[in-house]
Design a protein around this ligand. Structure first.
Ligand SMILES: [Zn+2]
Length: 430
């Protein structure tokens, strides 16, 4: 059911009146240097958001993910959840953002934490990923409430820690504490920078593992007396090139992953080490002559909803077994480092339809359904929390995230805020 033009116009007017406020709020958020690692100023930004959201009629809770990975007294992992209860029954719509930002890096011509507003953009680290999205959701909620003081359901806004480092002390911790229980939250919108006309349905799965090979040390002048783990690793690489990479490239998901290349199953070799540890930095002599008695590789396997995790794991074991059959002394271990299941929201889920119809009403074009090549907090909200009506939708261009001179367009934020407010209007009435 598309929104009525009068309704859309009233909400759009509320948002347009807040344009400067939206830019200023984004700028203020960028000025908190919430770098992760190590996880700086989380409490400061949460306190700032608490003051803002309490003024707007939200009940706000600040929570430290005590004991979660990454949490320490020096760098406490603070999270915020704000809720505004409606006057009538209805669904709860939750906007989930993260407040951590990645390292600044080289190549900036602007102050990374200056929050400069110039040329229709807000500049700085985290402006695009994703303080602009956070500010957009706040202004959208405030405008919606101003236009509908007796709205139904409930509106929630969260700002969480550590998305950039896996979210264990952020969305995952909150999900484990019950904050993403479908009994209290029915729809989640994650304002990651996927662009204002795209609805992101989910992401592929991840399996990280370390493959370690053994060998036997010997003098390098008589390598035949030893057994080189590096040569064994060479055989593993050859088998991957011959069999695994071609097989993965042919496996294509029905999920609308962008960019196109990420629609296939992929494997990246993150690192490769062979032989004894490298010499200390201050050592200027030659390395010693020995046969490598160990080698290890860390793989990053991104898999599709059409593949099961046990198939993904079995494929690597089978590959190593094939190599072993040809090399008598070959010996391996596999150690899992990380697993994330794929998450894919149904294209007809209520939040997908509501945001899609709102995009059409605001932008006059059909929403594009996409899926992300990498993961984001949807894995915890769906995987641990169990909320199935969950998408990523927010302003900004993903390619600019994590780059020098990061920015977000103010027009894009205004348009996205209109979309969010319209989606709220529809979903909280359900
Ligand atoms: Zn992000």
């Amino acid at each position: 059911m598309p929104p009525s033009p009068a309704r859309a116009e009233a909400l759009a007017a509320e948002i347009d009146a807040r344009r400067d406020d939206l830019a200023a709020l984004t700028s203020e958020l960028v000025r908190f240097p919430t770098l992760n690692p190590p996880g700086d100023h989380y409490r400061d930004i949460c306190e700032f958001l608490r003051a803002r959201l309490e003024r707007s009629g939200f009940a706000v809770e600040l929570m430290r993910a005590e004991g979660a990975p990454g949490d320490s007294d020096a760098h406490p992992r603070w999270n915020l959840i704000a809720r505004r209860e409606g006057a009538r029954p209805g669904d709860c719509v939750h906007f989930n953002s993260h407040h951590d930002v990645v390292a600044v890096g080289e190549g900036w011509t602007r102050d990374p934490f200056g929050g400069e507003i110039d040329a229709g953009r807000v500049w700085g680290r985290g402006s695009c990923d994703m303080k602009g999205g956070l500010a957009t959701s706040i202004v959208a909620a405030e405008a919606f409430i101003a236009a509908n003081p007796d709205h139904g359901g409930a509106v929630e806004i969260s700002s969480v820690a550590d998305e950039e480092s896996g979210g264990l002390a952020g969305a995952a911790w909150l999900a484990r504490e019950g904050w993403f229980d479908p009994a209290r939250v029915q729809h989640v919108i994650i304002p990651e920078p996927l662009h204002k006309d795209r609805v992101c349905l989910g992401h592929r799965g991840v399996w990280w593992a370390e493959i370690a090979l053994g060998g036997r040390i010997a003098h390098g002048c008589m390598p035949f007396l030893g057994d080189s783990a590096i040569r064994h690793m060479g055989a593993v690489l050859a088998e991957m090139e011959a069999e695994l990479f071609p097989a993965l490239a042919e496996r294509i998901t029905a999920m609308p992953v962008i960019p196109e290349g990420a629609r296939a199953s992929t494997l990246n070799i993150n690192s490769l080490h062979g032989g004894a540890d490298e010499q200390p930095d201050d050592y200027t002599g030659l390395p010693v002559a020995v046969v490598a008695d160990r080698a290890r590789m860390v793989i990053d396997r991104r898999f599709l909803p059409e593949e099961s995790l046990s198939d993904v794991q079995g494929e690597i074991t089978d590959l190593l077994e094939r190599v072993k059959a040809r090399r008598p002394e070959f010996d391996y271990t596999i150690r899992e480092m990380l697993r994330v299941m794929p998450s894919m929201t149904a294209p007809d889920a209520p939040v997908v339809r509501a945001v899609g119809d709102a995009i059409e009403a605001v932008l006059g074009r059909e929403a594009v359904h996409v899926a992300s090549p990498g993961t984001y907090d949807q894995k915890h909200i769906d995987g641990i929390g169990g909320v199935k009506s969950c998408i990523a939708y927010g302003p900004g261009v993903l390619d600019i995230a994590h780059q020098p001179d990061e920015w977000i367009g103010i027009d894009d934020m205004v348009d996205s805020a209109k979309v969010m407010a319209l989606a709220l209007d529809r979903l909280t009435a359900a």
